[in-house]
Design a protein around this ligand. Structure first.
Ligand code: FES
Length: 182
């Protein structure tokens, strides 16, 4: 039986499934090579490039920067800002901060999960949306708020949140149809 602390865990299989172009982070690695304490910045910039932190990239970062792989994986899994799975085209972050909580964030979570047919932390089967929650998004005057790819929407009701999702879906569908017609 394998366990996560066994050194012979089937990483090779995991890496094989994880198809990423490692050359995309050459610039990041060159920028921080030899710079002490730069691991978090390297991970942040790597995530900005891939949209998440592929396992293969984590091992590559460890090898290239001469940092223990366990330290790199440890940082990637410890900080909530890092994602280890690919995200959808639209990343929805529903705020769970105090102002949003007292203004009905919980009802929004239920409405969004119903509309998207996924739970928080998941991505829709078509890869269009990833739904997650976050601590205060820094725009409490709009509470309750969600952010989609960095754009804040609020104050929301369950219905207005659903409408935003439907509008994006409609735009996506129209774009797809236009693409097929060309
Ligand atoms: S508490 Fe939600 S934006 Fe601050």
């Amino acid at each position: 039986m394998n366990c996560c602390c066994q050194p012979d865990r089937n990483w090779e299989e995991i890496f094989k499934q994880d198809k990423v172009d490692l050359e995309m982070i050459t610039g990041v690695l060159n920028k921080y090579r030899g710079e002490e304490g730069s691991l978090i910045a390297v991970l942040q910039e790597t995530q900005a490039i891939y949209g998440y932190l592929p396992m293969l990239a984590l091992r590559y970062i460890a090898d290239e920067l001469g940092i223990k792989a366990a330290k790199v994986y440890g940082a990637a899994t410890f900080y909530t800002q890092f994602r280890l799975k690919p995200v959808g085209k639209y990343l929805i972050l529903l705020c769970e901060g105090t102002a949003c909580h007292v203004n009905g964030a919980e009802r929004l979570e239920i409405a969004l999960a119903e509309e998207l047919k996924i739970e928080k932390g998941e991505t829709t089967a078509d890869g269009v949306f990833t739904f997650d929650t976050a601590a205060c998004l820094g725009c409490c005057s709009l509470a309750p708020v969600m952010m989609i790819n960095g754009q804040a929407y609020g104050p929301l009701t369950p219905d207005s949140a659903r409408k935003i999702i439907r509008d994006i879906y409609a735009r996506e569908k129209a774009d797809q149809e236009r693409g097929q017609a060309v």
